[in-house]
Design a protein around this ligand. Sequence first.
Ligand SMILES: Nc1ncnc2c1ncn2[C@@H]1O[C@H](COP(=O)(O)OP(=O)(O)O)[C@@H](O)[C@H]1O
Ligand SMILES: [Mg+2]
Length: 232
Amino acid sequence: MSPKDPIINVEDVRFRWPGRASFALSVPGFSVARGETVLLLGESGSGKSTLLSLICGTITANAGQVSVAGKDLSKLSGGQRDKFRADHIGMIFQQFNLLPFGSVFDNIALPLRFSPERRSRVGDVREDARTLCSALGLPDVLTEKASTLSVGQQQRVAVARALIGRPPVIVADEPTSALDEASQSTFLDLLFEQVKAHDTTLLMVSHDPRLGARFDRVVSLRDITQIERRAA
Ligand SMILES: Nc1ncnc2c1ncn2[C@@H]1O[C@H](COP(=O)(O)OP(=O)(O)O)[C@@H](O)[C@H]1O
Ligand SMILES: [Mg+2]
């Protein structure tokens, strides 16, 4: 695939949560170019997390196509999608989803257990984890239990976990919502530094338009969920 091809491509997608008639997501077209940083804005309940889940392949569309790195996710089995996600996507969740009783190192190294491809890009795992931690402004915390860290520190651990083994895509679901404004800004500085250093594609969703200035492109969920497809 050429570098101009989108790394994320959503086309004519429709999705409904089973048993929930009141919500339907319909995306005629949305794509993210390789190396691009995109902020997707939408109110709470508008379907941001649902769209990210479709892109990560944790749920599958009722119709249409979701492709990541040229692969149509609907063509993969559930197990193949899990493997594909581990290889290609680093995920940062709103609640971080760290293993509370695991050490910081265990948490950061976790994705490598599911992805030999990502593991193969890392020499000494402990050394890489330490390098990421210091780049993210975390003092030497590798052996600490994740649950003993502050919220801001836990969030940086979640970022290190998403970045280890250099997945081509980072997907972040409202990762700053639990932080005060000063920590949000530091957190984004560090995330962008890492993303730019490795030419990683970043797709972040938020309800907060103030975050927009740092991104290559800001997209409103409302605009990409219009029924009429706009001319390319
Ligand atoms: N796991 C789920 N099962 C059933 N309905 C869900 C699930 N997750 C989200 N929804 C519903 O889908 C709609 C969109 O939710 P969501 O994608 O979480 O929005 P946002 O992330 O923008 O706040 C809401 O009506 C929500 O209740
Ligand atoms: Mg959400």
